[in-house]
Design a protein around this ligand. Structure first.
Ligand SMILES: [Zn+2]
Length: 199
């Protein structure tokens, strides 16, 4: 894993910038993505037979900062297992999950839509991103589901596709971008039918 860490650090990723390129392990063309989230570097190769996926710490970690403050150098163990520092776990985006954490999760813009979705279909969970963006730190909310539906407002079609791709790459879950005629909270019949077909 030290090699992948060196490779990731050589990319010199800036916050929120997503790298896309050839996989350093399987050499898959353009199948490798990496992103920085604070001091964490998350990486993933979505070629089916390649298991390259994980998180490494880089830059100033909580421990490094502490070490600096204490003013002495502590030898860094080479195969340190990475645990999320507290400040990375704290969601930068506030989300609200309505429903049970199993089955299918639908990512929507607001809480009313999340509630409507959860009420319409038992087994469907609504996850409201509350007008902000769905970043890597939100991926953990998707852990207990087997399928993800991204159904944002009709005017956010580009964002919907972008999230679908990102979620698929990071979680490996089946992810569907659902194009709505109107926000799900208005319960447009055609939208409900579309959802029924997916579920
Ligand atoms: Zn690969």
């Amino acid at each position: 894993m030290t090699n992948i860490k060196n490779y990731l650090e050589s990319l010199d990723l800036k916050e929120e910038y997503r790298h896309r390129g050839d996989c350093p392990k399987c050499k898959g063309k353009n199948t490798f993505t990496a992103i920085r989230d604070g001091s964490a570097l998350l990486y993933n190769c979505y070629k089916l037979d390649c298991n390259t996926k994980g998180v490494v710490s880089s830059g100033m970690t909580a421990r490094e900062i502490q070490r600096k403050l204490k003013g002495y150098e502590e030898p860094e163990s080479e195969h340190e297992t990475f645990t999320w520092p507290e400040y990375v776990v704290t969601p930068t985006v506030f989300t609200r999950v309505v429903g049970k954490p199993s089955g299918v999760v639908m990512i929507v813009e607001d809480v009313i839509s999340a509630t409507v979705a959860a009420k319409l279909f038992p087994g469907l969970t609504g996850l409201a991103i509350l007008g902000t963006s769905f970043s890597v730190s939100n991926m953990k909310h998707l852990d207990n589901f087997y399928k993800v539906i991204v159904a944002l407002d009709p005017d956010a079609a580009y964002k919907t596709l972008e999230y679908k791709r990102e979620i698929e790459a990071y979680t490996g879950l089946e992810t569907i971008a659902l194009r709505l005629y109107d926000d799900i909270k208005y319960k447009v019949e055609a939208d409900i039918k579309k959802l029924e077909e997916i579920l």
